[in-house]
Design a protein around this ligand. Structure first.
Ligand code: HEC
Length: 127
């Protein structure tokens, strides 16, 4: 009899554990945000928690609504930067070119990852 009760208890306990871990998995799946690698250059440029470029720059994209104007318009950015590396450097750390700039150093301050900066550069060069 005692053995049966012990078995029953451990069975209930293990079932409880299984249920608990399943519930925890479900909760984390709901809270998960898209991994940075899954965002496009456009999303990274618009997202307020990422590049937030649109809050300071007009961007020549029909989906870029309500831009800010703290920075210059990025219209024609492709023509101003025939050298991709210079455009990337401006985004990676704008303070190298202008130490007093209001533009956040996206790479140096790790606001965007190296890969995210590449995606934003690709996006700008396709506009
Ligand atoms: C807080 C405002 C702000 C944010 C956010 C911002 N910038 Fe800027 N940006 C500026 C300002 C101001 C300048 C003007 C140059 C300077 O200050 O030296 C500038 C300059 C630039 C330039 C050079 C000007 C040109 O077009 O020839 C590029 C390119 C640029 N920004 C791209 C970006 C990108 C891409 C992002 C997002 C990843 C971004 N900026 C986010 C403020 C901002």
């Amino acid at each position: 009899m005692r053995i049966k009760i012990t078995l029953l208890c451990s069975l209930v306990a293990s079932l409880g554990l299984v249920n608990f871990s399943m519930a925890a998995e479900g909760a984390s799946a709901v809270a998960a945000t898209p991994a940075p690698a899954q965002m496009t250059g456009q999303e990274l440029a618009f997202d307020k928690n990422k590049g937030n470029c649109l809050s300071c720059h007009v961007i020549n994209d029909p989906k870029a609504t309500s831009p800010g104007n703290l920075g210059p318009s990025l219209e024609g950015v492709k023509d101003r930067y025939p050298d991709r590396a210079k455009l990337r450097a401006q985004i990676w750390d704008a303070t190298v070119i202008n130490p007093k700039t209001a533009m956040p150093p996206m790479g140096r301050n790790k606001i965007l990852t190296e890969q995210e900066i590449d995606l934003v550069v690709d996006y700008l060069l396709k506009l």
